[in-house]
Ligand binder design. Structure first.
Ligand code: VG1
Ligand code: CO
Length: 543
């Protein structure tokens, strides 16, 4: 066995963001860049000798190259076994499911999720701990510290593994098992949902379009929807994972999933539409000419959870990220269960799920999930919706309107200003924070400011504190505006403005959210001076 110790020096900025380390592919391609970060991950861990690690990615450019390197570094560091998805593919929720089922020590996910791929696109790497979830801040902070002081890494000189063939290989003393990327995940879905009811729905002529956006969920969706559940062949579109996602932006929202939006808003649209992102953890849900806001989707899943066999005994609690609308809070209140408000990013849900304080979790950014894994899960949400559609026999639109009639509607929108100058974005946030001292009690038309702060969170389980998690302004009528800078981008800064207002009046529930929120949108610009700082007169993406 030929273990080599290679001298190296630290790269500035190897700091994991909302979801792992994300950089341009060209940055990852620098000599030692990936190696340093992987060694920094291992340096931050203890007691993993002889243990198992799960490795896989979303299939983007550089995925296969990176996996070969990671295998050789893991072998040199003393891991006993690696489970790697066939062809290097594993969706983020599948990694989580496999870590849990096979009781692995942890996992490495190679993905920049919704960011574009290809040689000029983005790459990313994220470490997951033994509960199957993203490493908490305590761990990512340590990885960063190690990356800044690293001076050497260990690697084994050995030939590349053939990732296309299932079976067991060896690198030094370490086993590398190439596993079926779908089987464990599909089995878990069958345990949670009423597959026979969903199959009956499809055999009765129910139509659906699932847009995999040329990312990792294609093979998962084809196996589960078309093969197991009997949806018509062709239900899954853009189903072959491509290294550049076909030149697209695998972000399932109304702007980037335009193929699906055109189909669902066109003539003879299918009854149900859904899309997932690069690494398969997000979902967009559409009816015929109808978009389900992700915050509403979370609330609707919560309200109807007992229709799915996996949740028939009810929910222990619910958690949502702070900028996610309060729609799900109304459901929690009516179910008399707790609702937790966490910072943005799935890593904050892990402790709540482990402690069984929450069963369902969600974010406004098209992410929903549950205690079945420790990641958000795109296809899981789609199957949950199918389960509800199959049992209720209602249309997507009717389910949503019925929900609003019962709980009221939290009218919601997110405005993203992508690729703005980082310095100006930081100045905007600072300026906004300075206005807070004089903002409380101020009246803007019908809106009176009740509170404004920079959100911080104390984890109820381990009591760790996370600060600077977004500026929020709450008004006396329950409306909110939240401002955050994205922690997943690789170019400039992205300002996210989250807008919400509660509407109990059913006669107003059909209103377009941009129309209903028009005054609040103007107010957000007035208070934060968005146009002045960004030079933009409109957002680049509206959800
Ligand atoms: C975004 C979303 C956040 C999500 C994160 C990772 O983060 O807002 O809700 O958890 O992406 O999702 P940010 O910092 O850019 O707002 V994914 O699908 O990239 O793993
Ligand atoms: Co993702």
């Amino acid at each position: 066995m030929d273990i080599k110790t290679i001298n190296t020096s630290a790269f500035a900025g190897q700091k994991p963001g909302t979801s792992g380390l994300r950089k341009k592919v060209t940055i990852f391609q620098q000599q030692h860049y990936l190696e340093n970060f992987v060694q920094a991950i291992f340096n931050s861990l203890t007691n993993f000798q002889g243990k198992t690690l799960v490795v896989g990615g979303d299939g983007r450019y550089y995925n296969k190259t990176a996996i070969q390197t990671i295998l050789k570094i893991a072998a040199a560091n003393g891991f006993g076994k690696i489970l790697v998805g066939q062809n290097g593919l594993l969706s983020t929720p599948a990694v989580s499911a496999i870590i849990r089922k096979r009781q692995a020590f942890g996992g490495i996910v190679l993905s920049a999720s919704h960011n574009p791929g290809g040689p000029q696109g983005d790459f990313g790497i994220k470490y997951n701990i033994s509960n199957g979830g993203p490493a908490p801040e305590k761990v990512t902070d340590e990885i960063y510290q190690h990356s800044q002081t690293i001076s050497k890494y260990k690697i084994i000189d050995s030939p590349n593994i053939d990732l296309s063939q299932l079976g067991i290989n060896k690198i030094g003393n370490m086993q590398v098992e190439v596993i079926d990327a779908i089987a464990d995940y599909a089995e878990l879905m069958e345990e949670l949902f009423d597959f026979s009811a969903i199959s009956k729905l499809f055999s009765s002529g129910f139509t659906m379009c699932f847009d995999a956006m040329h990312a990792v969920t294609g093979p998962y969706a084809k196996t589960i929807l078309e093969q197991k559940l009997g949806a018509t062949i062709g239900t899954v579109v853009n189903g072959i994972p491509l290294e550049d996602f076909g030149g697209g932006h695998p972000d399932p929202n109304l702007t980037y999933a335009h193929d699906l939006v055109d189909i669902m808003y066109g003539k003879d649209a299918p009854q149900f539409g859904a899309a997932s992102d690069g690494d398969g953890d997000r979902n967009m849900i559409l009816g015929q000419s109808f978009f389900v806001n992700p915050s509403d989707s979370l609330a609707i899943l919560a309200a109807n959870a007992t229709l799915a066999p996996g949740y028939k005994d009810g929910l222990a609690g619910i958690a949502r990220s702070m900028p996610t609308s309060e729609a799900v809070d109304h459901v929690a209140e009516s179910l008399k269960i707790d609702c937790y408000e966490t910072p943005t990013g799935w890593k904050f849900f892990g402790n709540l799920l482990d402690a069984k304080l929450a069963t369902l979790c969600g974010e406004e950014s098209f992410g929903t999930g549950s205690s079945h894994v420790r990641e958000k899960d795109g296809l899981w949400a789609v199957l949950f919706w199918l389960n509800i559609l199959a049992v209720s026999k209602l249309s997507v639109e009717d389910i949503v309107y019925k929900h609003w009639a019962k709980y009221g509607r939290n009218i919601y929108s997110r405005h993203d200003y992508e690729g703005i100058d980082s310095e100006l974005a930081n100045e905007l946030m600072e300026n906004l924070y300075h206005t807070f001292s004089s903002l409380k009690g101020k009246k803007f038309g019908r809106y009176v400011v009740e509170y404004c702060d920079d959100f911080s969170y104390i984890d109820p389980v381990d009591h760790s504190i996370s600060q600077n998690q977004g500026m929020r302004i709450g008004f006396q009528d329950g409306s909110r505006i939240v401002f955050r800078l994205s922690g997943t981008g690789t170019e400039g800064a992205t300002l996210r403005v989250y807008l919400e207002s509660f509407e109990p009046d059913t006669t107003k529930h059909h209103l377009d959210s941009q129309v209903a929120l028009a005054d609040l949108i103007k107010l957000a610009d007035k208070i934060a001076k968005i146009k002045d700082y960004t030079g933009r007169d409109k957002p680049s993406v509206i959800t």
